[in-house]
Design a protein around this ligand. Structure first.
Ligand code: NCD
Length: 338
């Protein structure tokens, strides 16, 4: 694909070589993300960060990524504080906002909404999550994390064995990640969910068409013993017609250190797109895993910054100029102490 000026709406746009380009660019962003250097390559550019649904990481990391490249960020948070509540169509909103921005990130509760918005936008649009459909930038940072974690174990993405756990029906991160894994070879995917929240058949079929081994189960412990990655997810309560229905599933699949020690191979990587639901009735990843060095969830969140910087740099065609606009960092850097 040609990144320059492209909308990023779905993982279907990507070929394997695009992933390699993106990850190479992301590697080059790391010193900037860690504030070892700064760059002003996007000075004067404006990101419109439009989040019509709850978000912490995705919104702040897109905004910070743009700031770290020297650009400015304007935000709208919550549909209730935008003109969408006055009956404005997504297409009109897109026409207007694309006059104010050089690139737009958008999250919206309706599947397909970001693509509709993008069709009327005059600037590139990145899908920050459209309902239960897709969350492409999350899948890209997840795969980047998988690659980095496996590299320290002398392994690569080809041949990886991964268990995806939790709400696979409404979880958009696992939808996008499944599509992404189809670009690789010889993958084993274990899909652990309550049968009512199983991975939609189309994603399972694509994984099988890619030649991957797929196991579908509603049992956690017996199915995490021969995988390299456990990728846990939250029950997506906001997608249920009746939120109380979500209570039936919350807490069904809990991972803690004792279960990990008993059932997982040593060094199995633990991932989660976050937020993990830490309420007692859910507690899908217990805090007693926090001292487990294989818990990659915060490295995963940090990787979100560099992968999103890379997306901006490629889409706005400045990846080759980032170092040219580099400057020294003047302030005290806490990271260099750790
Ligand atoms: C995910 C999302 O919004 O889909 N969060 C995120 O962006 N990291 C997962 C979730 O909310 O459960």
């Amino acid at each position: 694909m040609d990144f320059t000026g492209a909308h990023i709406l779905s993982i279907e746009q990507f070929q394997r070589q695009d992933i390699e380009t993106l990850f190479r660019t992301a590697d080059a962003m790391e010193p900037y993300a860690q504030r070892k250097k700064m760059t002003r390559v996007l000075e004067g550019a404006i990101l419109g960060n439009m989040f019509f649904e709850a978000s912490t990481r995705t919104r702040i990391s897109f905004g910070s990524a743009f700031n770290l490249l020297g650009g400015e960020v304007r935000e709208s948070v919550g549909a209730e504080s935008s003109s969408l509540v006055k009956g404005e169509s997504l297409r009109d909103t897109a026409r207007v906002l694309s006059g104010y921005s050089d690139i737009i990130c958008m999250r919206h509760p309706q599947a397909g909404s970001v693509a509709e918005f993008a069709s009327a936008s005059r600037v590139p649009v990145i899908n920050g999550g459209d309902g239960s459909n897709e969350h492409p930038s999350q899948a890209l940072l997840d795969l980047y994390t998988i690659q980095r974690e496996l590299m320290t174990r002398g392994r690569s993405i080809d041949g990886v064995r991964i268990a995806m756990i939790g709400d696979l029906k409404y979880g958009r991160t696992v939808h996008s990640l499944s599509k992404l894994l189809c670009l690789f070879r010889n993958v084993k995917v274990v899909l652990v969910s309550p049968s009512e929240l199983a991975m939609p058949e189309t994603y399972v079929a694509s994984l099988r068409d890619a030649g991957h081994q797929v196991v579908v189960t509603d049992q956690l412990e017996a199915n995490i013993s021969s995988v390299d990655i456990v990728y846990s997810t939250r029950i997506q309560e906001e997608r249920f017609q009746d939120r109380q229905q979500a209570d039936l599933y919350r807490g069904r699949f809990r991972l803690n250190q004792a279960i990990y020690t008993r059932h997982c191979e040593p060094n199995t990587v633990i991932m989660h797109p976050l937020p993990r639901d830490s309420r007692a009735e859910a507690n899908e990843l217990d805090a007693d895993l926090d001292s487990n060095p294989n818990l990659a969830i915060f490295r995963q969140a940090d990787n979100g910054l560099i992968v999103r910087m890379a997306l901006f740099a490629l889409i706005l065609d400045v990846a080759h100029l980032v170092d040219k606009y580099a400057q020294d960092v003047r302030w005290f850097n806490h990271r260099s102490r750790s």
